[in-house]
Write a protein that binds this ligand. Structure first.
Ligand SMILES: Nc1ncnc2c1ncn2[C@@H]1O[C@H](COP(=O)(O)OP(=O)(O)OP(=O)(O)O)[C@@H](O)[C@H]1O
Ligand SMILES: [Mg+2]
Length: 292
């Protein structure tokens, strides 16, 4: 479902209250967002200040300042090409891998600048895991996919690895479905299961932050609902930042929403506020499906 089409259908000729418009009937109970006060009171897990980002001479981010509260879900929304993925990848320095790129500004994770020269980038990416739109399990067994990160980190003891694998699969709500076939190829799993496996793989390195770049956009509604429920469960333990084109999804799963447009952060705030009383005209036009 496209953001535009989907949202327009939901809002057409309706004066239904926010919860009914954005929380359509679900397979599972609706998610309670954290309250606005709660959002303000939380410690800031990530503080990005004045971030500019360049692909060669092309500037993809302009002076982005955004605070990410701990144990909340922050949704990044905005039309294609506005810089959501670029910003997300700045948060664990994934963009470093792209030649000719340059970042300016400051990004603090727990008050420490992740771009300072002595940052251990491998360690950073363990603490700030990322899940992509297209699930990308390794062509290995289910077990070996989840054990991959811990093994790279030097964990060799079988019992310890087994415990990490089981815990990670339980936390990603996949254990019940795969516990009796851990040695089978991960590629035999369904798309939704593969995505939860990728989440388990990220959880196995014991991160604090999970970045998700359109994690459900390739999935059917039932698998999408499972991922959304999972996000809700995980936010008690992790800080989550999700890119989505699906306005209903942003409204359902996130506590904070940040709207990007042409490389700039136009507006960020509590999700209920951004969707019901956006401060900027561009935000309103986007969330009501008038462009994008
Ligand atoms: N590897 C790259 N090399 C050069 N330019 C890039 C690269 N990746 C992204 N860009 C450019 O940076 C801008 C922001 O792209 P980005 O992928 O962050 O947008 P997005 O908001 O995630 O879009 P979408 O919703 O389509 O995924 C775009 O103009 C894009 O063309
Ligand atoms: Mg993107």
């Amino acid at each position: 479902m496209t953001a535009k089409g989907g949202f327009a259908r939901m809002t057409e000729a309706t004066s239904a209250p926010f919860t009914e418009r954005f929380m359509p009937p679900r397979l599972t109970p609706a998610i309670d967002p954290r309250s606005v006060d709660d959002l303000m009171d939380r410690p800031q897990k990530i503080v990005a200040t004045g971030v500019n980002f360049f692909y060669g001479s092309h500037q993809a981010l302009h002076d982005v300042t955004l605070h990410i509260p701990q144990h909340c879900v922050t949704a990044l929304i905005g039309p294609s090409g506005c810089g959501k993925s670029t910003f997300l990848r700045c948060l664990n320095r994934m963009n470093d891998m792209i030649e000719g790129t340059r970042v300016e500004g400051e990004i603090l994770l727990d008050d420490i600048d992740i771009y300072r020269p002595r940052t251990d980038v491998v360690e950073l990416r363990k603490r700030v895991g990322i899940i992509f739109q297209k699930s990308n399990p390794f062509p290995k067994s289910i077990y070996d996919n989840v054990a991959y990160g811990p093994r790279v980190a030097g964990i060799r003891q079988r019992s310890e690895l087994a415990e990490i694998v089981e815990n990670s699969l339980r936390r990603s709500a996949l254990w019940e479905e795969v516990s009796d076939r851990l040695s089978e190829s991960a590629l035999k799993l369904s798309g939704g299961q593969q995505q939860r496996l990728c989440i388990a793989r990220a959880l196995a390195t014991d991160p604090d932050v999970l970045l998700m770049d359109e994690p459900a956009s390739a999935l059917d509604p039932k698998s999408t609902a499972r991922i959304e429920d999972l996000i809700f469960e995980l936010k008690d333990t992790y800080t989550i930042i999700i890119v989505t084109h699906n306005m209903q999804q942003a409204a359902r799963v996130s506590d904070q929403t940040a709207f990007f447009y042409e490389g700039r952060l136009v507006e960020a705030g509590a999700t209920t506020d951004v969707f019901t009383k956006p401060r900027q005209r561009q935000t309103e036009e986007y969330i009501t499906g008038r462009f994008g």
